[in-house]
Design a protein around this ligand. Structure first.
Ligand code: PLP
Length: 344
């Protein structure tokens, strides 16, 4: 994008991805700088499994680190394709479709209502029959937080439930809705998490799956050798070494998410053209009665501000944009750009 706009990447404000804007702790940067590049990493990532399991008080055999959550969707999709028809709530994250297509999996998109209350958690709407259900909690791109009480009965209705909780640790009160505590009792449940958003480390690639040990050892036999590289191993080792430090980080992130989501929604409501929708997460959808493509392009060209084009989300289109929350300074910059374009 920087090349296309003729600027340096550092001049862009990228609110099209939804990453926490804080800098990494120095201990983590230091660990990254000292990562052991020379040796092949431990193929089983045993130490990392122990650290991740410690965050959730789980047996390490129930946790499998992945090269980003995206790699783990590929293996979840292999099981899903073998299990029958996958239901994909739409608009939704496109990578589940990519993963399912790579195994020839049968898919039925299910439309979610495009209006919802400003109270979270809320029940997942009825989605109909199928074999495998893919849930995103909180949902992307809508920011809805689904209640655990509405998700739990689905474990008896579907052969396999795959719940993507990539954004859940960022959501105030989100952990109370997590399905991780149900995994030990339900062999048909897979929960996928990611460190990408929480620490703003999209380039490192680190996610993890929580599921039954048998399923995870099957996935381990399918994947490439050494899927978790030395940088990801070293960084995660430093970030997760002390569970209290992880909890403190999550609390800080959740405070930021609560304050900025509320503030940004109020500011956006005061603008013409755009209607912000309620969110529990660190991104919010805005809707308009007209195409927002020209606005998005002007924001890019004149202000170097990138918002998420929603044309790739089934059921949305040109009249929708998604904004990833930034630091207060970043959010002000987005608003200045919007005001300059909408109030002229
Ligand atoms: C809902 C959701 N899950 C997972 C991911 C991917 O996570 P990772 O970077 O760990 O592959 C994304 C990335 O945008 C996402 O939006």
């Amino acid at each position: 994008m920087a090349q296309r706009l003729g600027c340096r990447p550092s001049q862009l404000l990228d609110a099209s991805a939804s990453l926490v804007p804080f800098g990494l702790p120095w201990s983590a940067r230091w660990a990254l700088a000292r990562a052991d590049w020379r040796t092949y990493p431990d193929r089983s990532s045993q130490h990392l499994r122990v650290l991740l399991a410690g965050l959730h008080q789980l047996d390490p055999a129930m946790v499998l680190p992945g090269n980003g959550a995206a790699e783990l969707f590929t293996w979840a999709a292999r099981d899903a394709a073998a299990g029958g028809l996958s239901l994909l709530p739409q608009p939704g994250f496109a990578d589940y479709g990519r993963a399912l297509r790579s195994w020839g999996g049968a898919v039925r998109p299910v439309a979610l209502p495009l209006q919802w209350e400003d109270a979270f958690p809320q029940p997942l709407p009825e989605l109909g029959s199928g074999d495998v259900l893919w849930i995103t909690n909180p949902h992307n791109p809508t920011g809805q937080l689904w209640s655990r009480a509405s998700l739990e009965p689905l474990l008896d209705r579907y052969r396999l439930v795959i719940c993507d909780e990539a954004f859940l640790p960022l959501v105030p009160g989100g952990e109370r809705q997590s399905l991780i505590p149900l995994v030990a009792e339900h062999s048909n449940l897979v929960v996928i998490r990611s460190l990408t958003k929480l620490y703003g480390i999209a380039g490192v690639r680190l996610g993890y799956a929580v599921a039954g040990p048998e399923r995870l050892s099957r996935w381990s036999r399918w994947r490439d050798p050494w899927p978790i590289n030395a940088a990801a191993t070293a960084l995660a080792g430093a970030l997760l070494e002390k569970p209290q430090a992880y909890q403190r980080w999550c609390r800080r992130v959740q405070r930021w998410c609560r304050v900025e989501a509320r503030w940004m929604a109020t500011q956006l409501e005061a603008l013409p053209v755009l209607t912000p929708l309620p969110t529990s997460a660190n991104y919010l959808l805005v809707r308009a009665e007209q195409s927002l493509l020209p606005l998005r392009e002007r924001l890019e060209q004149r202000h170097r501000v990138l918002l998420r084009d929603c044309r790739s989300f089934e059921g949305l289109g040109e009249r929708w944009l998604r904004i990833g929350l930034q630091s207060r300074a970043g959010n002000r910059r987005i608003l200045r750009a919007l005001r300059a374009e909408l109030l002229q």
